[in-house]
Design a protein around this ligand. Structure first.
Ligand SMILES: N[C@@H](CCC(=O)N[C@@H](CS)C(=O)NCC(=O)O)C(=O)O
Length: 255
């Protein structure tokens, strides 16, 4: 068991912060994560938008650290945020925590106190984690007829999102959060890049150009934001990772 994960980098909202500066002013915020994990990216992006400095601990999920098991004994998963020794697990819970713990910054993540807007944000966030995300995962993990059915399901879910953007509560907004990235942008955006990656790796089309114009332009806009570019790993790195995983899955399917 890897009992002592090493911080592979100290991250700062200002890209030019030197390691020496971090050493002098030790952050009391640690993030346990995994480099390709969308859930980890959610937390990294929220911390960046808030301007919170933190120490990043890369976890080997095939050999979980004692700290991970100690801090999240229920799910044994990353991401975990540890703030002043208090662990917080589950990415959406962490996003709420970040918003409440670091108030007074220019970037509220839940930009509204309107209960109905918050309800809509929570509703669609659950849709993403319980419906869209698993269906995209199913496309990646399947072949043949099973994959065709999973692709169909993804299309149905993207259509529902497109309809929401066209006619629903968020109609006419640049981001779900308004002019700035908000909670739902983070939840949906940190994960949507897998659509492009899986399309290439699995040789299928998930987002036919022009079919979901509002979703597509929202995603392109999201991906163009500097904070997002600084958070999401390079596509070629994700592609290489996904190709390796797909290979393992295909060998398993054949066996
Ligand atoms: N619902 C959790 C999901 C987190 C999750 O699935 N983490 C994965 C990495 S992306 C993990 O830690 N997997 C380890 C395992 O399943 O053993 C969240 O939103 O944080």
């Amino acid at each position: 068991m890897n009992s002592s994960p090493q911080p592979i980098q100290s991250q700062s909202p200002s890209s030019d912060a030197s390691p020496v500066a971090v050493e002098v002013n030790k952050p009391s915020v640690k993030l346990y994560g995994s480099w390709a994990s969308s859930y980890t990216h959610r937390v990294k992006l929220a911390l960046k938008l808030k301007g919170v400095e933190y120490e990043y601990m890369e976890e080997d999920l095939t050999n979980k650290s004692e700290q991970l098991l100690l801090y999240n004994p229920v799910h044994k998963k990353i991401p975990i945020l540890v703030h002043n020794e208090n662990p917080v697990a589950e990415s959406m819970v962490i996003l709420h925590y970040i918003d409440e713990a670091w108030t007074g910054t220019q970037h509220p993540i839940l930009s509204t106190t309107d209960p109905y807007e918050n309800a809509k944000i929570r509703f669609w966030s659950h849709f993403i984690d319980n419906k869209l995300g698993p269906s995209v995962g199913a496309v990646f993990q399947s072949v043949g007829e099973e994959q065709t059915a999973a692709v169909e399901q993804v299309h149905n879910y993207l259509k529902l999102l497109e309809d929401e953007l066209e006619h629903g509560f968020f109609k006419g907004r640049r981001f779900f959060g308004g002019e700035k990235i908000g909670f739902l942008d983070i939840v949906l955006g940190c994960g949507s890049y897998w659509l492009w990656v899986f399309e290439e790796v699995a040789g299928i089309k998930l987002v036919d150009s022009g079919t979901y114009p509002r979703f597509e332009s929202w995603l392109r806009d999201f991906e163009e934001q500097n904070e997002v570019k600084e958070t999401i790993p390079a596509t070629d790195k994700l592609l290489e990772y996904a190709k390796g995983l797909r290979q393992i899955i295909l060998e398993h399917v054949k066996a």
